[in-house]
Design a protein around this ligand. Structure first.
Ligand code: NAD
Length: 255
């Protein structure tokens, strides 16, 4: 498979750790320059140092950004324009999971989740698309979740699921509008991946057993399995794919 990312400039939000970190690493392995945008300053700096030791030829920068804050997102894209002059790929990966049932969900939980997961994805996409449309095109991948498609087996992911469903529709609308500018927009929707966001609840063996019953492949994903799907969608191998959702879920959403 032809996955050449040399001379590509890639922005991955929420790449200080977890899935975003694996995505950033995969792009670096394929020769890209990578910008990491995150709120976790210490963790992001550690990640950048780790990458710089391995990928000595690549440009790697961290920019502290809260993606839910318009001014911070604008500052991020100003830096990208100044330092790189272009942007080829945006991966909207940053996200938060507030677990709450319908009756327990507060206005604050709702607003915070929508603000990071949905508004953050919108703001970053807008900033990226402005640069891409003046540069002949580009690629955007939005990280949703199985929660954006089906109800997590016992519910309790109320604002999270709605935000992740919103990401799927935002992607479809963007794919239609941005096709005019040669910008493809797709979703990767993971199932349960071993990271900090999912980690706590998976330590409960009862919960883990219940989750396993939903997964035909009978295992949790590792971040690298999500990263592979993301990089594929932004490569020339996926040149006719836009507006689609690629589930990386071990078969969870089959039934
Ligand atoms: P994680 O918590 O390990 O990483 C999320 C990253 O996003 C962190 O580095 C965090 O600091 C950053 N972030 C959070 N709010 C931010 C903000 N306002 N601005 C900038 N950065 C911010 O989680 P993860 O498991 O790696 O999740 C990555 C993405 O994958 C999320 O969108 C999540 O919803 C999605 N996802 C995860 C799973 C899973 O099982 N882990 C499943 C489906 C989807």
């Amino acid at each position: 498979m032809k996955i050449d990312m040399k001379n590509r400039v890639v922005l991955v939000t929420g790449a200080a750790r977890g899935i975003g970190k694996a995505i950033a690493k995969k792009y670096l392995e394929e020769g890209a320059s990578v910008i990491i945008a995150d709120v976790l300053v210490d963790e992001a700096k550690k990640t950048v140092e780790e990458f710089k030791n391995v990928f000595k030829e690549n440009k790697i920068i961290f920019h502290e950004t809260d993606i839910s804050e318009k001014n911070e997102v604008e500052a991020l894209f100003t830096v990208i324009k100044e330092k790189f002059g272009k942007l080829d790929v945006l991966v909207n990966n940053a996200g938060i999971l507030v677990k709450s049932s319908f009756f327990d969900t507060t206005e604050e939980m709702w607003d915070k989740t929508m603000s990071v997961n949905l508004k953050g994805t919108f703001l970053c996409s807008k900033g990226a698309a402005e640069i891409m449309k003046n540069n002949g095109g580009g690629n955007i991948v939005n990280i949703s979740s199985i929660d954006g498609e089906v109800v997590y087996y016992h519910g309790h992911h109320v604002p999270y699921g709605v935000s992740k469903a919103g990401i799927i529709m935002l992607t479809k609308i963007m794919a239609v509008e941005l096709a005019d500018y040669n910008i493809r927009v797709n979703v990767v929707a993971p199932g349960v991946v071993k990271t900090d966001i999912s980690g706590g609840s998976m330590k409960d063996s009862g919960h883990l057993n219940e989750v396993m019953r939903e997964i035909p492949l009978k295992k949790l994903a590792v971040p690298e399995e999500v990263a592979g799907a993301v990089v594929f969608l932004t490569s020339s191998e996926a040149s006719y794919i836009t507006g689609t959702t690629l589930f990386v879920d071990g078969g969870w959403t089959i039934h």
